[in-house]
Design a protein around this ligand. Sequence first.
Ligand code: BEZ
Length: 198
Amino acid sequence: MDIDTTAVNQRRHRFGEHEQVWLFGYGSLIFKADFAYLERKPASIRGHVRRFWQGSHDHRGTPACPGRVVTLAPQAGATCAGMAYLIRPDVFDHLDHREKNGYLRFSTTLAFDDGSQAQGLVYIADPENAAYLGPATDSEIARQIAAAIGPSGRNRDYLTELADALSELGTTDLHVQALVACLPPDSSTDTTDITDSR
Ligand code: BEZ
């Protein structure tokens, strides 16, 4: 289910003489900034909500046991908070590869917490892409996340790291909080002493 959007993304935007571009991050870009940036600051975009509706066969799951990662879904009147990065256009070579499993770059307006605005880009995996999983109940999504692991690590760690990063940003995301609450206990941190039979 690797559909590789790298080449499509590289044709989507011409940066011309723009030496810097704002990129809005609402998922792993918030807590895993493995790229060079000139500046970063909290921001939000309007008209979208963060949802664990995209399948991950390449990072947090496998083709046999896909995980779930976030994408943005349109919702009138909504605001999605995240982190904005000011980057040089050549950084997209790395990011397009990292986010190649169904994400396309779209133009958007970023609203910074200081009240200013800027045009920028955001990666969104829309329902047309082959890795899209779509809505499910919180308990079904959490069950799938708890079962999945991929080359970038456990899917449950992606969820809890995102929840921690959003809490550090002072953002309440009810969808993310509901999924954390539905996660089954983490067996790798079980400290029960099985040698003590008394
Ligand atoms: C983000 O954190 O903005 C992001 C999430 C998934 C894919 C690409 C970017």
